[in-house]
Ligand binder design. Structure first.
Ligand SMILES: [Zn+2]
Ligand SMILES: [Zn+2]
Length: 478
């Protein structure tokens, strides 16, 4: 980037010495710094250039019409009309669909001002009107030697005419249908989805989450996961086929809409299928009266369904609340005593304290988790279930096994530098047994900031819109 800016600066500097311009040597400032004014010889004051740029920027924003202002000391013996036409063709000013471009060319040594209009501008700025603007607003000031006032007045007058609502259709043209491009959609979708697909596949593969994985992760329920082959077909092949299938349609925007809805409903289908598989596992556990496991499965997928609810609000935003309800429902699901078969009752938070160890009470107090105590009405047996709070900062104490250990303090032993990593010391304390554990950790080496430190004044270039001209316009000399 810096090289480009540098060469552009060199180019401009060089141009100030070579005062005769050809079409190829006029700096195309629209591409360089998105300026509508190309004034390599500084014939205008910077504030005039700024004012013209503001005017023309707001003109393009509201009408899409593009006006280029080119101020040159000399074009040698070249004819200003031919020069303007050639420059217009080279830069392609104005939108290609309706050629709403205008080139205003000022040549100092020829003492001429030329308005060169794109085909779509001729209705708004017929040659006579161009001539009138030049005669009334520009030439008198040029004669007085006030180039700045003449250019600014002329540009403002021109912009006012183009902005006139009664010309809007001429300038903007019949509203252009959005150019739908199915290939672009397919490439964009494939890129975004492909990355997500690859990441998900690698994560599942390395953590053995596929049903046919040889080392399945523990505590998972095989029936709710898919084999690697079925997963690849479901999330890879079929979406790809859907996107591919619509590429044969003639109407791109219709194909895009259909592909979008097909994919949307297809993925909703895959999610519904997942719910069905999970429900199968839940039903199996329910038949074995494993209510804790059921609540645990539902709790484990809570974050997953939250995000699905955000991506597919219809219908999964609503499902998320059902999910939360189901978690509570199965946690409190009526159950019978393993020993005598009588109904059990879940004790309230105060009531269950007498059945909990001090360590468990501490865990509840620290909100590291929640104990449910169920009491049998027949034989007085109790069952206890622990629901860990996954957001808790407490971890298990290696000494007393209570979830009561937290990081009390950290301090830096040796700061990291650009050449070496540092070292820190972490002190953990168990709130239950007061056990203290001190460990060291390393602080990564500092890295040089990679963000570019180029000057803040750098600006990105724009572009002309691809418009063409058949040579309409007017010139004035003085
Ligand atoms: Zn019992
Ligand atoms: Zn402890």
């Amino acid at each position: 980037m810096r090289t480009i800016v540098f060469s552009v600066l060199m180019f401009c500097a060089f141009q100030t010495f070579a005062q005769t311009y050809t079409v190829q040597t006029v700096p195309n400032t629209k591409l360089i710094n998105n300026s509508y004014v190309s004034d390599p010889d500084n014939l205008l004051k910077p504030e005039t250039v700024d004012a013209i740029n503001r005017e023309l920027k707001s003109l393009e924003d509201s009408t899409t019409a593009q006006v280029a202002v080119v101020m040159l000391k000399s074009i040698g013996s070249a004819d200003n009309v031919e020069f303007a036409q050639e420059l217009f063709d080279t830069w392609k000013i104005g939108r290609s669909s309706n050629d709403n471009g205008l080139l205003i060319l000022y040549v100092e040594d020829q003492r001429t001002i030329r308005f060169h209009t794109g085909d779509g501008m001729e209705a708004v700025l017929p040659d006579a009107r161009c001539k009138q603007i030049q005669r009334d607003y520009m030439v008198p000031r040029f004669k007085d030697g006030d180039v700045d006032a003449g250019m600014l007045d002329g540009v403002q007058r021109t912009a006012a005419i183009v902005l006139d609502p009664q010309h809007s259709e001429d300038v903007i043209g019949a509203s252009e249908p959005q150019e739908a491009d199915y290939a672009g959609f397919a490439i964009f979708f494939s890129a975004v989805y492909g990355i997500l697909f690859l990441i998900t596949f690698l994560v599942k593969w390395t953590s053995h989450k596929f049903r046919d994985s040889k080392e399945r992760a523990r505590y998972s329920y095989p029936k709710q996961s898919l084999t690697k082959r079925v997963w690849l077909i479901t999330y890879g092949l079929i979406p790809a086929l859907i996107v591919f299938a619509y590429s044969f349609m003639d109407d791109d925007s219709f194909a895009m809409a259909l592909a979008f809805f097909s994919l949307y409903f297809y993925f909703i289908g895959t999610l519904a299928w997942r719910l069905v598989r999970v429900q199968g596992v839940i039903n199996e556990l329910l038949s074995k009266q494993k209510y804790f496991e059921v609540a645990d499965i539902i709790k484990g997928s809570q974050v997953y369904w939250f995000f699905i609810g955000l991506i597919f609000p219809i219908p999964f935003f609503i499902y998320f609340f059902i999910h939360l309800y189901r978690k509570r429902f199965y946690r409190n699901y009526p159950r019978n005593c393993n020993a005598c078969g009588e109904a059990m009752r879940k004790l309230g938070e105060r009531e269950d304290d007498s059945y909990l160890s001090e360590s468990a009470q501490m865990e509840e107090k620290l909100k590291a988790g929640d104990y449910d105590v169920w009491l049998c009405s027949g034989c007085g047996a109790t069952e206890m279930w622990f629901y860990k709070n996954s957001w808790s900062k407490y971890e298990e104490c290696p000494k007393c096994r209570t979830l009561a250990m937290y990081t009390k303090s950290t301090r830096t032993l040796r700061s990291a530098t650009y050449s070496s990593s540092g070292e820190g010391e972490r002190t953990k304390l168990c709130k239950f047994c007061q056990h203290t554990a001190v460990s060291t950790y390393s602080i990564p080496r500092l890295e040089m900031s990679t963000s570019s430190s180029s000057s803040s004044s750098s600006s990105s270039g724009g572009s002309w819109g691809g418009g063409s001209s058949s040579g309409g316009g007017a010139s004035s000399s003085w």
